[in-house]
Design a protein around this ligand. Structure first.
Ligand code: G3P
Ligand code: CA
Length: 306
């Protein structure tokens, strides 16, 4: 994910970037990933990158890693709340990752867990609670008294906040969603004219298929904590812009970065919070890092490239 690039139609990018850049990418990256080894924290190999990224979501040569603030700034503010997003934004993050799930009455809310128990003063599955019940919950006191009164944001409030204050959203459709539930999400994104600032990701393949059918202009990322047998083939089938993989899973097959890049698919890695691992991933050539420490990663990454 690059911050300055518009998330233009993915199919168009593959036509316009052309075979030459793709071939250069293959040649360069093949050099870097000839030896299959886990991302090394002590001796990362140098990155050999194409001079022209083959996708608007892939990092250009010399560009810093894209910082993606996981649930906002969860080390400083209660996760998946507007104040957490604001802390991340003020710390320099452009991309914010949040999770979305529907209430009992079908309103999309920003919440990670299947229940509200851990991150609010309420109890029960989010899907068993009405929007009125969710709106009454305190989503801040569990984290610190200073955040008492913080609310569980609706997706609509989240999008309005981003539109007005700035930033882009890596929106995880959390858990299995029906077509109607995905439709509600993409309608809210469109209604707020935010399709060019939202990137959808999910572990749930049917949800990604629905999103693509309903809003083909939205870029898609497949989340994985274990690797698919053939990630490139699956990326092509789902028309993915990114394969968003856990650090541990990528460590089992680091040459996958080159394979996906050669296919025009970006690689974002989660959830990575230490400089040693940032260094290894930077050397490996991944595009973005999803982190609980966005301000620190932003400083580290820009320092590496300045
Ligand atoms: O964005 C990747 C990461 O958020 C996926 O795991 O459990 O934090 O939603 P989780
Ligand atoms: Ca998430």
């Amino acid at each position: 994910m690059r911050e300055a690039q518009p998330p233009a139609a993915r199919s168009r990018r593959r036509r316009t970037v052309g075979l030459a850049a793709g071939t250069a990418a293959v040649a360069g990256l093949a050099t870097a990933f000839v030896v299959a080894a886990p991302p090394s924290e002590s001796a990362p190999r140098p990155v050999a990158r194409a001079t022209v990224a083959a996708s608007p979501w892939m990092r250009a040569a010399g560009a810093p890693l894209t910082v993606i603030a996981h649930r906002g700034a969860p080390s400083a503010a209660p996760e998946n709340t507007l104040v957490s997003d604001e802390v991340a934004r003020r710390g320099g993050a452009v991309w914010i990752e949040n999770d979305v799930q529907p209430s009992k009455d079908g309103v999309p809310y920003v919440l990670h867990d299947a229940t509200v128990d851990r991150t609010t003063d309420g109890t029960g599955p989010i899907r068993s609670l009405t929007s009125g019940q969710l709106d009454a919950l305190d989503a801040g006191s569990w984290f610190a008294p200073a955040y008492a009164g913080t609310r569980v944001p609706t997706l609509a409030a989240q999008l309005t906040d981003l539109r007005e204050r700035g930033g882009k959203l890596l929106l995880e459709i959390k858990g299995r969603h029906s077509r109607a539930e995905v439709d509600r999400i993409v309608r809210e994104v469109r209604e707020q004219d935010m399709t060019d600032r939202v990137f959808v990701q999910s572990f749930d393949v049917p949800s990604l298929r629905y999103a693509h059918e309903l809003a083909p202009e939205l870029p898609l990322g497949l989340l994985r904590d274990t690797l698919d047998a053939d990630p490139v083939a699956l990326a092509r089938e789902l028309d993915l812009s990114a394969y968003n993989v856990s650090y541990a899973a990528l460590a089992t097959r680091p040459q996958l970065v080159g394979d996906l890049h050669a296919a025009g698919v970006a690689v974002n890695v989660w959830t990575v919070d230490t400089p040693a691992r940032w260094k290894a991933l930077d050397a490996l050539g991944v595009d973005g890092v999803i982190t609980n420490r966005p301000t620190e990663l932003g400083g580290w990454s820009s320092g590496r490239t300045s």
